[in-house]
Design a protein around this ligand. Structure first.
Ligand SMILES: Nc1ncnc2c1ncn2[C@@H]1O[C@H](COP(=O)(O)OP(=O)(O)OP(=O)(O)O)[C@@H](O)[C@H]1O
Length: 276
């Protein structure tokens, strides 16, 4: 029954109010692999994660999670699907009034009826997986940014998800912690048989650990493939992105009124921004 794609977007269109963020997006995230979702700021990467989690629904197209269209699920089915997903947001957002152990135990206590002895074993196992079994008694204020990220990761995998989605897992980390976090994501993916989806701006580190890269630009998919294939792309959008150039076909301006409308410049030949 298992197809190669664990997540698949088929011609997905999504707009906040009237503004199209994704306009005909198709890509696949292979089962068991690490897929990186990249692209310019505001390009809709977090929106892709929200579509998969069913927090928002596509106006057209299909968002398939293990073959099920998330947009068509009723509340119970959506809840069941979400139980199979782990989410790790930027700064992990640990509960500051709970120690490391209780932070990781939280989803288990919240979503299962497991006896406390079992909760303990699972928490220690997850903390061990991220190298922090010895830090269980510490409060969030006593751990470094990199450690906090690892605690959040242990919490995200507490319920044994099949898919883990990371939104900017490396933001704000120093190069060493960043390398550690990246290798940990890779290792956990392989050791636990997960499928991982990473939204990240850190090109080098992300390309190093990803099996598959999807580049979003101007509402569509500008490229997808192995990191090597994406690096070798001749598409100008991808080239601009991979080489971190400010000038190129990716829009710099957030869509809005043209310059004439805001500043009343008339006939001076200044090109207004697209209002798309
Ligand atoms: N709830 C919302 N209502 C209206 N517009 C929104 C909402 N959430 C996001 N947007 C807009 O949708 C666009 C895409 O946002 P999204 O967060 O998906 O982009 P992103 O690629 O993850 O960006 P970044 O890399 O900067 O985090 C942005 O222009 C954002 O301003």
């Amino acid at each position: 029954m298992s197809s190669a794609a664990f997540i698949e977007f088929r011609d997905v269109r999504f707009a906040y109010n009237e503004r199209a963020i994704l306009d005909g997006v198709s890509f696949a995230a292979p089962r068991g692999k690490v897929t990186a979702l990249m692209g310019a700021s505001g390009g809709g990467k977090t929106t892709v994660l929200r579509l998969i989690g069913g927090q928002v629904r596509a106006q057209a197209g299909q968002v398939l999670f293990d073959g099920q269209d998330v947009g068509q699920l009723d509340n119970d089915a959506l809840y069941a699907a979400r139980r199979r997903m782990g989410m790790l947001f930027q700064f992990g957002a640990l509960f500051t009034d709970m120690n490391v152990f209780d932070n990781v135990a939280f989803p288990l206590r919240e979503h299962t009826q497991l006896p406390e002895v079992l909760v303990r074993d699972i928490v220690l196992m997850k903390l061990d997986a991220v190298g922090l079994r010895g830090a269980r008694e510490l409060m969030p204020s006593q751990v470094s940014g990199g450690m906090a990220r690892r605690v959040a990761l242990a919490r995200a995998i507490a319920l044994d998800p099949e898919l883990v989605m990371y939104d900017e897992p490396f933001a704000g980390l120093d190069p060493i912690s960043l390398g550690t976090a990246a290798r940990l994501i890779r290792r956990l993916n392989d050791a636990l048989g997960l499928t991982s989806l990473i939204v990240s701006h850190d090109l080098d580190e992300t390309f190093r650990i990803a099996d598959h890269v999807v580049v979003l630009a101007n509402g569509g998919v500008a490229a997808q493939g192995t990191p090597e294939e994406v690096r070798a792309s001749t598409d100008p959008l991808v080239h601009q992105f991979v080489n971190a150039q400010a000038e190129g076909p990716v829009r710099f301006h957030h869509p809005g009124p043209g310059i004439e409308a805001d500043f009343g410049v008339g006939g001076g030949g200044g090109a207004g921004e697209s209002s798309r």
